[in-house]
Design a protein around this ligand. Sequence first.
Ligand SMILES: [Zn+2]
Length: 256
Amino acid sequence: MKLSVVRYATEASAKVLKLAGALLIVLFFSISPIIANPFDQKVSLVVIDAGHGGHDPGAVANGIMEKNLVLKVCQKLARMLEEDGMKVVMTRTDDVFLELEARCAVANSQVWPDGGSAIFISVHANSSSIEDANGYEVFSAYDDNPVDFLNESTPSVQGFRFAAIASNEASRLCAQKSNLLSERIVSSISSRLPEMRSRGAKEADLYVLNCSAMPSVLVEIGFLSNPDESRMMKSDSFQIRMAQAIKDGIEDYSGK
Ligand SMILES: [Zn+2]
């Protein structure tokens, strides 16, 4: 009697396992077109990261604090992207301090909308001891940066996008897209703000770019330490044009 109960239980659990396996296979093939290159879908989610905040003012020069200026640009950018139908998540919406890890965790805890992809945009302003230093520049992580796509912040449903792709291949594809995004934003800023100097699209070893599991760039919108540039950056019209330029760059990238 006891033995047959055990056998029955074993057969039942084998059936459950088979069913679960079959379901996983069906699920795999139903999402496989998405995970071929999860970064190739149209951008439908933008994580916007205003640099610094709270007790960390960032650069301070010519009466401007970087944390306040970049938040204004980010808020304008968020509104514009939302008006164009994109989902926007901001790492901070007011003057609070956030560790760099927390900024990445915001990005990595997102579930990308079905059929869409996500990007991460961090916005900063520069400062230099050389007063003449000026212009904007956009950074992406180094090509060989290994990204942890299945980290502790990854929601399990989001993990499926990356589960069938080797992590080094996912990192390579992600780096390619980050470079492309960086180039697109540089070129759209040069169209919207032709009077500014372009310092170009560059690669750098920056924490928020290295740890965000999505194509990521950091935009340095100009030099607060340059008296002429900081005067311009203070104005609402500059902040609107810069936000429009970043939005244009995202849309150019998304259409490619
Ligand atoms: Zn900064």
